[in-house]
Design a binder for this molecule. Structure first.
Ligand code: ADP
Ligand code: MG
Length: 261
């Protein structure tokens, strides 16, 4: 059985793209067949996995707007993960889809023929609650919300959760909200912990473990065209490996997800 996970938060800089790339690589290392989908016109995921968005002939834009088969656009990456890449063209997709019936379902339809070829498909949503994010949530079986543990991290969470509820009501009744994933976490302060407790109380949102620590290796990795999982060991990579294990146990082993105490 294939599972499709959307990684969403309309706030930028909360480690959505890093989470998709790192979790994808960690799942591939566990012999899962993994596809990652770049839904952000900025193409940061595409770039961080070693492909220059400016030099691509075809991208997810052609799949969503022109009916090009997703298989024709797939790229290999250094981490053994397949990539459905994005280019800046994707910025114009909203306007094209606006004129089409069932515009929230374009990605779900595009991914349907690929489901048999992958165990896990992870969708990197853009920093907005526009049509691309609605497509990501509509195509997904579950959604994970990376949350940077800082003051005011909760701003926007209510709106995001309302969008998730609306998607469940209207386009995807089976969408499961896995919870928030603490990112850029600084364990030396109690502040981050307080922020998480507050978000969890305020919204009844499960907070998943392990928290992903802030480490300098991530910035180095995104510049090098390989995910942080390649190369030297780091605490961040270890946290993503543990998260991958927790998700596999949950999806394929029927166990509970690890949560943050
Ligand atoms: P988003 O996709 O939500 O906009 P990114 O994944 O692009 O966020 O991350 C934003 C920035 O934070 C990037 O420069 C990335 O390298 C950095 N970053 C992400 N996770 C970590 C981490 N655990 N430690 C340090 N830097 C990180
Ligand atoms: Mg991003």
């Amino acid at each position: 059985m294939t599972t499709v996970l959307a990684v969403a938060n309309q706030k930028g800089g909360v480690a959505k793209t890093t989470t998709v790339a790192s979790l994808g690589a960690a799942l591939a290392a566990r012999d899962q067949r993994v596809l990652v989908v770049d839904l952000d016109p900025q193409g940061c995921l595409t770039f961080s996995l070693g492909h220059n968005p400016d030099r691509l002939e075809a991208s997810i834009y052609d799949v969503l707007t022109d009916g090009v088969h997703a298989k024709e656009v797939l790229l290999d990456t250094v981490d053994g993960v397949s990539l459905l890449p994005a280019t800046i063209d994707l910025a114009g997709a909203d306007a094209v889809l606006l004129m089409k019936p069932g515009r929230e379902f374009a990605l779900k339809r595009a991914l349907a023929p690929l489901r048999d070829e992958f165990d896990v498909i992870i969708i990197d949503c853009p920093p907005s609650l526009g049509i691309m994010t609605l497509n990501g949530l509509t195509a997904a079986d579950s959604v994970l919300i990376p949350l940077q543990c800082e003051t005011l991290a909760h701003r926007g969470v209510g709106q995001l959760l309302r969008t998730v509820s609306e998607v469940k009501e209207i386009t995807n009744p089976n969408l499961e909200l896995l919870g928030a994933l603490p990112t850029l976490y600084d364990s030396r302060t109690t502040h981050a912990r307080d922020v998480l407790a507050d978000v969890s109380d305020r919204y009844g949102l499960p907070v998943l473990a392990p928290a992903i620590p802030r480490t300098v290796r991530f910035a180095e990795a995104s510049a090098s065209g390989a995910s942080v999982m390649a190369g030297k060991r780091s605490k961040g990579a270890d946290a993503y490996r543990e998260l991958a294990g927790s998700l596999c146990d949950y999806w394929w082993g029927g166990k509970d997800l690890q949560t943050f105490a």
